[in-house]
Design a protein around this ligand. Structure first.
Ligand SMILES: *Cc1c(COP(=O)(O)O)cnc(C)c1O
Length: 376
């Protein structure tokens, strides 16, 4: 059986986890967490990076720091994982879903402005498959209307837009280190700040509402309950796992990219014959090979293709059911404008197995599986 995903591991994880235990500092913000922070700051150019317990909790922090309150509206794509929405619903926000572009499956920047009302506070963009949204246009709209931009960059660690790391372009960036993502700590994530303006607020929010981080930096003689917060910092044991991956950042990146390119080249003839569609990477976007997906003609063809692959021992999966048509989406939001692409494209998309360390033999079997479905 070729699995759809295998969680990344480099071999050093048990060594670093044992070290974290020997350090007698297994709570949050220990030595491994600090190493991860510095690495990610350097890699992305963010002014500050904070590990969190999940990508979802990084999004929750972004919603809190955006000062979202009951009745405020948040614009987001309907084609995303529900965490993008949950974080804002937790603050009492109403969701306003906007259609996607069929080429990247990202929010259609030309349809955002029509969805803005006097209650809109935030535009939450999702860089699907690690491919950037049109950030120049989106930032321009946000600045003109006085809105904050939250980047759900859960899938976009190591991706760039016109040379800028994703997660550092808007007001807040959110990474995920879930086991299905390019770099993992089991469950985990990170909040990225483009400047230090919100540093104190972010640290207070992450540390149960205390100003402990300032105190430990020596900026204050005591620490106290300063504002509303929660516990968003992960154990240093988890950070030790992540460190083993970050240390081999490029190797993991290159390995995934090689598989991505192998799929893309091998499936080109099917695309050129008009049998499938493959991914579009727009000018100026450098992606991270988070995902390789193809698009079948329609839902029926995709269902048949999944069964065909399964019979060959290959697990290919689809996602997401558009949020606006899910029970929670109906309860918490509305679709602004017309759903031209969201539902239609979501029914055609199929993700092929792609993970760090997938063998060339397995990749070749997947390619052959797709080919044999279309050419018989
Ligand atoms: C994975 C993912 C999340 C959630 O991340 P977790 O670490 O699982 O909480 C949020 N948004 C998107 C687009 C994701 O792919």
């Amino acid at each position: 059986m070729i699995d759809f995903n295998v969680p990344p591991s480099t071999g050093k994880e048990p060594v670093y986890i044992a070290q974290a235990i020997a350090n007698k500092k297994i709570c949050g913000d220990g030595p491994f967490t600090k190493k991860c922070h510095r690495f990610l700051e350097e890699k992305t150019g963010a002014a500050a990076v904070y590990l969190t317990t999940s990508g979802t909790s990084a999004l929750e922090m972004a919603a809190i720091l955006s000062e979202i309150g009951p009745g405020d509206e948040v614009i987001l794509p309907s084609y995303t994982f529900c965490s993008t929405a949950d974080a804002f619903v937790a603050r009492g926000a109403r969701l306003v879903f906007v259609d996607i572009r069929p080429d990247t499956m990202n929010i259609d920047e030309t349809k955002i402005e029509a969805a803005i009302t006097d209650r809109t506070r935030v535009i939450a963009v999702v860089h699907y498959a690690g491919v950037s949204c049109e950030m120049d246009a989106i930032m321009e709209i946000a600045r003109r209307h006085g809105l904050k931009v939250v980047e759900d960059a859960a899938q976009a660690v190591g991706s760039y837009y016109k040379g800028k790391a994703l997660g550092t372009i808007g007001d807040f960036g959110c990474f995920s280190f879930h086991e299905t993502k390019n770099y993992s700590m089991g469950e985990g994530g990170a909040l990225l700040l483009p400047t230090l303006d919100k540093r104190d607020e972010a640290e207070i929010c992450r540390e149960k509402g205390t100003d402990r981080s300032r105190f430990f930096r020596g900026q204050g003689t005591k620490y106290t309950w300063a504002d509303f917060g929660s516990s968003y910092l992960p154990s240093d044991i988890n950070a030790a796992y992540l460190w083993a991956q970050l240390e081999m950042f490029d190797e993991i990146f290159n390995d995934r990219m090689k598989t991505w390119q192998t799929y893309d080249e091998a499936l080109r003839p099917l695309r050129e014959a008009g049998l499938i569609e493959t991914q579009t990477i727009p000018e100026g976007c450098a992606h991270n090979a988070h995902m390789y997906y193809i698009k079948a003609k329609d839902l029926a063809e995709r269902t048949a293709l999944i069964s065909h692959l399964k019979a060959l021992g290959i697990l290919a999966v689809f996602h997401y059911i558009p949020l606006h048509s899910s029970p929670a989406g109906l309860k918490f939001g509305r679709f602004a404008g017309e759903d031209v692409w969201t539902t239609r494209e979501s029914e055609r998309l199929l993700r092929l197995p792609l993970y760090y360390g997938i063998t060339p033999e397995d990749t070749a079997r997947v390619i052959e599986g797709v080919r044999s479905f279309y050419c018989h």
